[in-house]
Ligand binder design. Structure first.
Ligand code: AMP
Length: 535
């Protein structure tokens, strides 16, 4: 067999050569207008950018950062940087300022490509940045902002005179291609360095029928940001399949997402539950359908049963629940019903649909107890979830030691069960577990049930100190703006759906549940809020 190394550039080359007229559509960040072009044009401009980056001194192995929403220019940057052997470091602009400073310095990025809207943010951070030498604002000359930053280029001007001929170097497939820092819930953010090999193997796997099943008949709305966990692999897997790509820019509100779904006839999309909540809130208020949409992938945090039911029963959209993490490129599991479970009763099937699913081939899972012994797949026993596989991280960027154990298993920090059919279910993050009277209570399950109440927008459960039980669950609710729902009504709704002793003793209402930069419930902030209230 031939031994051609796996290379990211090949994905875009393939799309341009064999799906050359397929569109990439972007809602532009400058003014919300729509930009359209094809994979063939995307490749030409990507090569111009690759030449431009070399002209300003980028070399193989350099870290080149991006701080940008999902746009055609950001996509070009991903391919131009990694394709030439440099490393594309995606920075999440919603992180705290100090975290952004930390990761730009830690990665020793030499060049940063950013959206014009982030220029003021960068000006503020500039005095603390130690490695950045050149800035490229991803816009045209008309929208190029005035700035006090040094060595600033305008993207369109920079690439305009460059040749669209560029020969991608033949890279070892284990060459690093991209760098993504985890949100850093404990300590400083940690970098995960992906390779050409890990990205392409991951993309083959997620395009398979057992996973996303994306094909050249699909129109994919890439709502998951390119700065969060590698855009769940879609920026590679869509060109590989020849799917039309729709990039929403910075506008992720319900109205904007819905209008793109309608005008571009989107068939597939992927996002965290909070984004779908915003879409539902818009549709509930304004009306509208999701006729073209066949499937949504939901992950990043647990998907409430009510969300699956609403998508499927009201809008005829199939939901696939997925679990992953930055450290795993990111996909670990996807939940699709197999023949074996399809014959179960509707209620049993629904219980499986909310699980995170089975591992995609290429990754392996197990659950262990605190002594490291593997636990049974009985669907009840909870243990620490361990992962290993073809696209699972070995060690954090610049770390001295490997992150996995001597047998190659990485501790995910999640607590899970695995049932006899092989479906994994996350019951908690290790640090979010509530231990009441020595027994574990799953905050995720309580949140799922509470969110099913029609007047609850978001629900979070944290453990609070209790004299008798050491810890008890506290339910924190963000209810609909016009709602008068009481804590007791929510608890009545939850009664009978979990063991009685799991039911929270108290319900607190907040006007807004804080979210992390990745759109997940920020339990750290909620714990702080609660302890400040007690103080
Ligand atoms: P991140 O690296 O920021 O994507 O965070 C990864 C973590 O998010 C995982 O370790 C889980 O704790 C959580 N997570 C991801 N997907 C899910 C899911 N479908 N259900 C519950 N938690 C999830």
């Amino acid at each position: 067999m031939q031994n051609e190394p796996l290379s990211i550039a090949h994905a875009l080359e393939h799309a341009a050569r064999f799906h050359g007229r397929v569109e990439i559509v972007t809602r532009q960040t400058e003014n919300g207008s729509i930009h359209r072009y094809t994979y063939a044009e995307a490749l030409r401009r990507t090569k111009q950018l690759a030449n431009a980056l070399q002209s300003i001194g980028v070399k193989s192995g350099d870290r080149v950062a991006t701080m940008a929403w999902n746009t055609h220019r950001h996509l070009e940057a991903w391919y131009a940087i990694a394709g030439q052997g440099a490393i594309c470091h995606t920075v999440n602009p919603r992180l705290f300022k100090q975290q952004i400073v930390y990761i730009l310095n830690h990665a020793e990025d030499s060049v940063l490509l950013l959206d014009a809207a982030f220029v003021p943010q960068l000006e503020e951070l500039w005095p603390q940045l130690t490695s950045l030498q050149q800035i490229i604002v991803m816009t045209d000359e008309e929208h190029q902002p005035q700035t006090t930053l040094p060595n600033v280029h305008c993207y369109e001007k920079l690439i305009a005179d460059q040749s669209d001929e560029f020969t991608w170097p033949e890279l070892d497939e284990n060459t690093p291609s991209s760098l993504c820092y985890t949100s850093g819930t404990t300590g400083d953010p940690k970098g995960v360095l992906y390779t050409h090999r890990s990205n392409l193997l991951h993309s083959y796997a997620i395009n398979s029928g057992e996973a996303n099943g994306i094909s050249g008949r699909d129109v994919v709305l890439m709502t998951v940001p390119m700065f969060h966990a590698n855009s769940w692999g879609l920026a590679y897997s869509c060109p590989m399949a020849g799917a039309k790509l729709v990039l929403p820019g910075s506008q992720l509100d319900g109205n904007s997402v819905h209008s793109l779904i309608e005008t571009e006839q989107v068939t597939f999309s992927a996002a965290v539950p909070t984004l779908w909540k915003m879409l539902f809130a818009h549709l509930d208020k304004q009306g509208g359908q999701l006729d073209s949409l066949r499937q949504v992938l939901i992950g990043g945090s647990a998907v409430p049963c009510s969300m699956i039911e609403k998508f499927e029963q009201r809008y005829n959209v199939h939901v696939v629940h997925a679990w992953g993490m930055t450290e795993a490129n990111p996909t670990g599991t996807m939940c699709r019903l197999t023949n074996e479970v399809d014959s179960l009763s509707p209620a049993e099937k629904q219980k499986i649909r909310v699980k995170q699913g089975k591992p995609v081939f290429g990754v392996n899972l197990k659950i262990i107890n605190d002594e490291g012994a593997e636990l049974p797949h009985d669907g009840v026993t909870m243990g620490r979830l361990m992962i290993k596989g073809l696209w699972v991280m070995q060690r954090y960027y610049k770390a001295e030691f490997d992150a996995f154990d001597q047998d190659g298993w990485l501790d995910t920090g999640d607590i899970a069960t695995i049932d006899p059919y092989g479906y994994m279910q996350i019951t908690d993050r290790a640090k979010d577990l509530i231990k009441s009277g020595g027994e574990w209570i799953s905050s995720v399950e309580l949140e799922n049930i509470a969110t099913g109440h029609p007047e609850v927008i978001l629900a979070a459960v944290i453990g609070i100190h209790d004299e008798t039980w050491q810890e008890r669950p506290l339910l924190i609710v963000q209810s609909a703006t016009d709602s008068n729902v009481t804590g007791q009504q929510i608890l009545d709704f939850m009664t009978g759906k979990v063991a009685k002793w799991w039911l929270p003793d108290h319900v607190e209402f907040v006007s807004e549940i804080p979210l992390t930069a990745a759109g997940k419930i920020n339990k750290k902030a909620l714990r702080e809020w609660y302890s400040n209230r007690l103080a």
